[in-house]
Design a protein around this ligand. Structure first.
Ligand SMILES: [Mn+2]
Length: 297
């Protein structure tokens, strides 16, 4: 009987420090194969470093919405003035041409099969790189599993804690968030599946510690802080246990936009505004002032 161990890594978000710790743990656990579910780059500024690791690990890699921003920016060169968009521009300028071309080749979902078990993997959902599937979205989860031509549907994107259950006899697994999980201090989430004889025999939801101080120094050295500090601070809140601050910030920004304009987000940006949700600069900076005690940069 052949046994295989498959590691599922989702939402790295440029956290190459966490990624290296996860790979080390996976190898110690005799993982044979890696699946990587998108949002490889963006929020943390270590894009090329992260992509080099990813490319060396596997070719079973999906794009996420964060890659989609860069792909569309490369095609359209939007002239967005918003402060909020500066981190995407920074990443676009940081990435090598080879890496921009690489992310353009990535699919948003993929079928894979190991030892007779068929998986459909996606970043958001099988239909969209941006759709969020939470565990309480019963109607959508039923929709995606009732005629699913696979034994398992696996995705990430929501940054919910890892979860799984069987729906319509299919395994539905959210692989959590490796790079910026908002629920823990400096802890990466990923999943190892044990597969043999046409069955998934074990689902191991793993939590791996990494060194926050190394990331902090790397952020300072990256130069991103001279371009934009607010999103960087919010991302850091997302990894140092203050994820709730990031949550409040975006919730309040949406409410202030709604009050002002009748819409949650600015809608004058072209193309990727459907993915990339923009707020007015004064709302963005006002909230940064409000939450500055939680910001480290
Ligand atoms: Mn995403």
């Amino acid at each position: 009987m052949v046994k295989i161990k498959v590691a599922i890594l989702s939402d790295i978000h440029g956290n190459c420090v966490a990624l290296n710790e996860v790979i080390k743990d996976a190898k110690e656990n005799n993982v044979d194969e890696f699946l990587i579910l998108g949002d490889l780059v963006n929020d943390l500024p270590f894009g090329n470093e992260t992509l080099e690791i990813v490319k060396g690990l596997t070719n079973k890699v999906l794009k996420g919405n964060k890659e989609q921003y860069l792909i569309e920016y490369d095609t359209e060169k939007y002239d967005w003035k918003n402060i909020q968009f500066r981190t995407v521009k920074f990443m676009y300028n940081e990435l090598t041409r080879e890496n921009i071309e690489y992310i353009k080749t990535l699919p948003h979902c993929m079928s894979v099969k190991y030892e007779g078990v068929k998986f459909l993997i996606a970043h958001g959902s099988p239909e969209s790189v941006e759709e969020q599937l939470h565990q309480d979205d019963r109607e959508r989860l039923n929709h995606y599993t009732q005629d699913l031509d696979a034994d398992a549907l696996i995705f990430g994107h929501t940054h919910d804690k890892m979860w799984y259950e069987y729906i319509n006899n299919k395994l539905v697994l959210n692989a959590g968030c490796l790079g910026v999980s908002p629920y823990y201090n400096a802890t990466a989430e990923y999943v190892i599946l044990d597969i043999s004889n046409g069955k998934i025999n074990n689902i191991d939801l793993r939590h791996i510690k990494y060194d926050l101080e190394i990331i902090k120094q790397k952020i300072i050295e990256s130069g991103i802080l001279s371009q934009e500090k607010v999103l960087m601070n919010l991302s850091f809140c997302g990894i140092n246990g203050n994820g709730i601050i990031r949550h409040y910030f975006f919730k309040e920004a949406k409410e202030l936009m709604l009050e002002r304009s009748g819409k949650w987000y600015k809608d004058d940006a072209k193309g990727i505004f459907t993915y990339f949700k923009l707020f007015d600069d004064d709302i963005w900076l006002g909230l940064a002032e409000k939450y500055k005690d939680y910001f480290v940069f």
